[in-house]
Design a protein around this ligand. Structure first.
Ligand code: FAD
Ligand code: NAI
Length: 463
């Protein structure tokens, strides 16, 4: 007889492994199928964690070269040991993925190694063996979107995976796509010495972001030496031993130009990954963008089959996938959890960092909501001045009538940490006044958040 489980999760990324652990905590018999050699999915293996390791290391290199002297710290000649930097990144990844294995053992989650496919509702097949199950959770994640005419070889033309593994610093890196990956990895290689050009189809970087923050970001990146070509499309690429020649055209049409690169990073977005799952066989419906269709309880159209994370609608972010994993496990245990999609923060981990939660001004205008704006620059924050990191500002958007916080957008030092306070404020339905009346430690970067909240009512103290 085949082994039976209460829950089988397919995919051990942040959505899947967290769902498996939570379901096991709630007393269910759980297995998680993963075909990769290690657990943790895109995020831990080739996404969030290795990219943050390289961002941290390259930031230290940049500081040693250009920032420490201003603090009175002389380090002499600074050398790059790229092999060590990459090895350290590997160690960070290794420790994280082993951590998930430990958590599986601790919570008695069985790791079924191999590719999982759904052979019938209630049956998952892995490595030639069938398992019987009450609830199947698909958490198979996403993959890079290919760009026709620009064929990825992960050496000269790379996705983020190859872009995290370059064994020498390219002279000229061209990034196609001015979004999260393009700007994070573009920053890494720029700091390590590459000339970086970002080619973006739209008229702005990170289009999901508040326009004012996006424009400030563009100026700061330009100051750092990152070149941008907005409103430009890539028509094709020709590879030779000398490099890659890209054919560019203005998005609105016009004369073509050529751009030569040593390495091209294609980062034009990600798409849901469903290959090999056998969804046709069991009739699981997809939407027009290839995402698995689910209802408010993550249920697909086939009873007993659920989906979470990058493979369904919503922002492709690890913490969003995790929230869904926890919520679904709790629903399967008969609880009534809730994910607040209006308060999911997004962070670009460049320096300065860019972070946002809730709605942008454009979104509020489109909805016809009357709002107030409070802004505070880091140049007026004592801690930012002491750090020597004064680029950027905090911007809070609050309802004109009720003062409720509707959105917050930060560009500046540690913006990714600062945004948590405003996500919590939104989760609790706080007003800007609530944030402004909260005592903030001095001298801290968070005081810029308090001041922006005061500025919503026109009473910032330090500007
Ligand atoms: P994934 O993490 O993609 O995991 C899915 C897993 O399922 C994979 O391991 C895959 O091997 C496995 N799988 C698929 N099909 C099968 C099958 N049939 N059988 C067995 N296994 C299968 N997000 C953030 O929030 N913060 C960041 O800083 C961040 N940085 C990123 C940097 C990069 C370079 C990239 C590419 C992404 C980054 N992301 C970041 C996005 C984040 O990685 C994803 O949102 C997140 O990993 C989605 O989690 P998931 O569980 O849905 O899927
Ligand atoms: P993205 O959606 O962030 O950015 C893609 C960019 O490419 C957009 O600005 C888009 O307008 C542009 N684009 C699309 N087609 C193009 C074309 N043909 N030519 C030129 N530009 C084009 O996607 P990205 O950077 O690939 O990242 C994928 C996802 O991974 C992100 O959306 C995010 O969800 C996640 N991620 C999150 C990170 C974080 O949280 N810090 C870091 C990295 C990735």
């Amino acid at each position: 007889m085949s082994e039976a489980f209460d829950v089988i999760v397919i995919g051990a990324g942040p959505g899947g492994y967290v769902c498996a652990i939570r379901a096991a905590q709630l007393g269910m018999k759980v297995a998680c199928v993963e075909k990769r050699e290690t657990l943790g999915g895109t995020c831990l293996n080739v996404g969030c964690i290795p990219s943050k390791a390289l961002l941290q290391s390259s930031e230290h290199y940049e500081e040693a070269q250009h920032k420490l002297a201003d603090h009175g710290v002389t380090v002499g000649s600074v050398k790059l040991d790229l092999a060590r930097m990459l090895a350290r990144k590997g160690e960070v990844v290794g420790a994280n993925v082993k951590g998930v294995e430990f958590l599986f053992r601790k919570n008695k989650v069985t790791w079924l190694k191999g590719e999982g496919s759904i052979t019938a509702p209630g049956t998952v097949s892995v490595a030639g063996k069938d398992y019987t199950v009450k609830h199947i959770v698909i958490a198979s994640g996403s993959e890079s979107i290919p760009l026709p005419g620009v064929e990825v070889d992960e050496k000269q033309i790379v996705t983020s995976t190859g872009g995290l593994e370059l064994t020498s610093v390219p002279k000229h890196l061209v990034v196609i796509g001015g979004g999260y990956i393009g700007l994070e990895l573009g920053s890494v290689w720029r700091r390590l010495g590459a000339e970086v050009t970002v080619v973006e189809f739209l008229d702005r970087l990170v289009p999901s972001m508040d326009l004012e923050v996006g424009k400030a970001f563009e100026r700061i990146l330009a100051k750092q030496g990152i070149k941008t070509k907005l409103k430009t499309k890539v028509m094709g690429a020709t590879k030779s031993k000398k490099g890659v020649v890209l054919k560019l055209e203005p998005a609105a049409g016009g004369a073509a130009e050529e751009l030569t690169a040593d390495v091209v990073l294609v980062a034009i977005g990600r798409r849901p990954y469903v290959a090999g799952l056998g969804l046709d066989k069991v009739g699981v419906a997809l939407d027009e963008r290839g995402r698995i269709k689910v209802d408010g309880h993550y249920a697909t159209n086939v009873p007993g089959i659920y989906a979470i994370g990058d493979v369904i609608t919503g922002p492709m972010l690890a913490h969003k996938a995790e929230e869904e994993g926890v919520a679904l496990a709790e629903m399967l245990a008969g609880q009534k959890p809730h994910v607040n999609y209006g308060a999911i923060p997004g962070v670009v981990y460049t320096w300065p960092e860019v972070a946002s939660v809730g709605e942008t001004e454009d979104q509020l205008k489109a909805r016809g909501v009357a709002y107030k704006v409070g802004k505070f620059p880091f140049t007026a924050n004592g801690r930012a001045r002491a750090m020597g990191d004064m680029d950027g500002f905090v911007k809070i958007l609050a309802d004109k009538a009720t003062d409720k916080v509707l959105g917050a957008h930060i560009i500046g030092p540690d913006a990714g940490t600062l945004i948590a306070e405003l996500a919590l404020a939104m989760e609790f339905g706080a007003s800007a006044e609530d944030v402004a009346r909260t005592c903030h430690a001095h001298p801290s970067l968070n005081e810029a958040v308090k001041e922006a909240a005061l500025a919503v009512d026109g009473r910032a103290l330090h500007i």
